[in-house]
Design a binder for this molecule. Sequence first.
Ligand SMILES: N[C@@H](CCC(=O)N[C@@H](CS)C(=O)NCC(=O)O)C(=O)O
Length: 211
Amino acid sequence: MLKLYLHPISTPSLSVEFTAHAVGVKFEKKVVNLQSGEQRTEDFLEVNRAGKVPALQDGNFKISESLTIQRYLARRQGSDLFPEDMKGQAQIEQWMDYVAHHVRSPFNRIQFNRLIAPMLGQPSDENSIKMGLHFLEESLPIIDLKLESTEFLCGDSLSLGDLTLLASLDPAEILKVSLEPYPFVTRWRQALRERDFYQNVHTHFGAELGL
Ligand SMILES: N[C@@H](CCC(=O)N[C@@H](CS)C(=O)NCC(=O)O)C(=O)O
């Protein structure tokens, strides 16, 4: 059976896990213990030489990078979350890339400094948090404007772009990043968090770790 190597508070892992449920693929979930350094063990490096989650193993075939895995899963299952037409795909990929660079990346800064560093007993970098919040103040209005005019990021049907965004925003409450200034993002997010593909993973970000 297809194996997915994940961690519950890794937002790229969540993008992949939401996608796996949404496209309806059966998979074995392998949680990689990042705290104990399991990602650097020889066994895991055989799956992903870069020592990062998420990673996928489908028989002898192994790939990493969340956006790539999302596309692979959707194509493998013939899912309309990533339809076959070239222009439709380009629109979805544009949002996946935008979200990964301009939403997930600033969130990662904030997550490291407000959640991971305290867990590791390391100091937090307030400047890095400020920069993260500043980058989000630039990108989230663009997304809010889009979701004012369409139900989903790419029109009237759910796509991989939505799943990438949903995962990237998942730690908002835990990280004390307010989404209140973005009413259309908030409405879209509430609706998607009710869906089975989300509920099959968890009730909220970090639930698996008791957060
Ligand atoms: N660009 C990668 C990012 C992967 C990544 O940075 N994963 C982190 C968890 S969010 C990781 O495995 N870190 C462990 C380490 O670097 O030791 C993707 O989208 O999959």
